[in-house]
Design a protein around this ligand. Structure first.
Ligand code: ADP
Ligand code: MG
Length: 303
């Protein structure tokens, strides 16, 4: 069953088509990711579904029923982690959750709050003030707050943006546990690793539109390439002129798609020698979601 469905959602800000005809479904118990670069329209899309912004056009369905306005009946079933969470610096972790429970009109007992704190692995920080939390701890507190009304559906807007890799993996682990508990999760991200790691289904967004969708495997299959040879060079422009299907990422890495790694490596090394340019830091890898995005748009997910 689909917990959420949206059809042809539109939201324009003046001439900016923030959301420009977006349709997708969220099956029960799954993690669905909206993956796209900054400005793609991810936040606008989910905030309309959460009832935080008004749509211009389109339809929203919760549990198969069309909702004209995302009202209280819907809101009691959803939990929202905003892209930027504002908490009170001088409240503790415990007090913050207690405060939000009050705002949601939830009768939170001490043990409920403690359970929530354990769930997001903030046990040792329960009595710490918000202002003393790290970025990762703040994101986990935001998760706890989103869970305070024990929602069936959880919206996470860029849950790991700005976190270091270790803190990011920690948040991923908790999101995985929430999925195992049966929560349906809609998340936005511009990290392809996040979508690859967590999502049952990925909707790739760009310029207000969904440009591709499917499981990670299905999306990667869109790339009809076997492998990529990725490397750096001191003279990328020289190589780009000489090798037709070579291209450069926003991060100054060169990528050569290939069906025959051995032959391509040979060709590459010969060219480099012949042109007297240096090739360094070579890796051979399978296509990933970043390549899918690059193939579809000619740009990288991150700039
Ligand atoms: N309140 C707003 N007023 C004007 N333009 C907005 C507003 N919110 C978003 N936009 C614009 O809409 C586009 C999509 O933004 P957003 O939904 O935040 O994208 P994302 O979350 O994918 O980064 C961007 O071009 C952004 O500048
Ligand atoms: Mg956003």
């Amino acid at each position: 069953m689909n917990v959420i469905a949206v059809k042809d959602l539109k939201k324009y800000y003046g001439t900016t088509k923030a959301v420009d005809g977006v349709s997708f479904e969220v099956p029960q118990g799954q993690v669905v990711a909206l993956l796209g670069p900054n400005g793609a329209g991810k936040t606008t899309t989910i905030e309309i579904i959460e009832g935080l912004r008004k749509k211009d056009e389109g339809e929203i369905y919760y549990f198969g029923k069309k909702v004209d306005e995302v009202d209280k009946n819907v809101k009691v079933q959803i939990g929202v982690q905003l892209q930027k969470s504002a908490f009170f610096d001088y409240l503790t972790v415990y007090e913050t959750i207690e405060l939000f429970a009050g705002l949601y009109n939830v009768q939170a007992k001490k043990k409920d709050i403690e359970k929530l704190i354990d769930l997001v692995a903030l046990g040792e920080k329960a009595k710490s003030k918000v202002k003393n939390l790290s970025g990762g701890q703040l994101q986990r507190l935001a998760l706890a707050v989103a869970l305070v009304n024990d929602p069936k559906i959880l919206f996470l807007d860029e849950p790991t943006t700005g976190l270091d890799p270790q803190a990011r993996r920690h948040v991923w682990q908790i999101i995985g546990e929430l999925k195992e508990k049966g929560k349906t999760i809609v998340l936005t991200t511009h990290y392809m690793e996040e979508a690859e790691k967590l999502a049952d289904k990925v909707f790739i967004m760009d310029h207000g539109k969904i440009i591709a969708s499917g499981t990670v495997q299905e999306l990667i299959k869109l790339i009809k390439m076997d492998s990529y040879i990725e490397f750096s060079s001191d003279s990328p422009q020289v190589l780009l002129k000489e090798i037709s299907n070579l291209r450069m990422t926003n991060h100054e890495r060169l990528i050569l798609p290939t069906f025959d790694v051995e032959e391509s490596i040979h060709m590459l090394l010969n060219k480099a020698k012949q042109l007297k340019v240096n090739i360094d830091n070579v890796i051979i890898r399978r296509p990933n979601l970043e390549d899918v995005f690059l193939n579809l748009t000619g740009r990288s997910l991150r700039d």
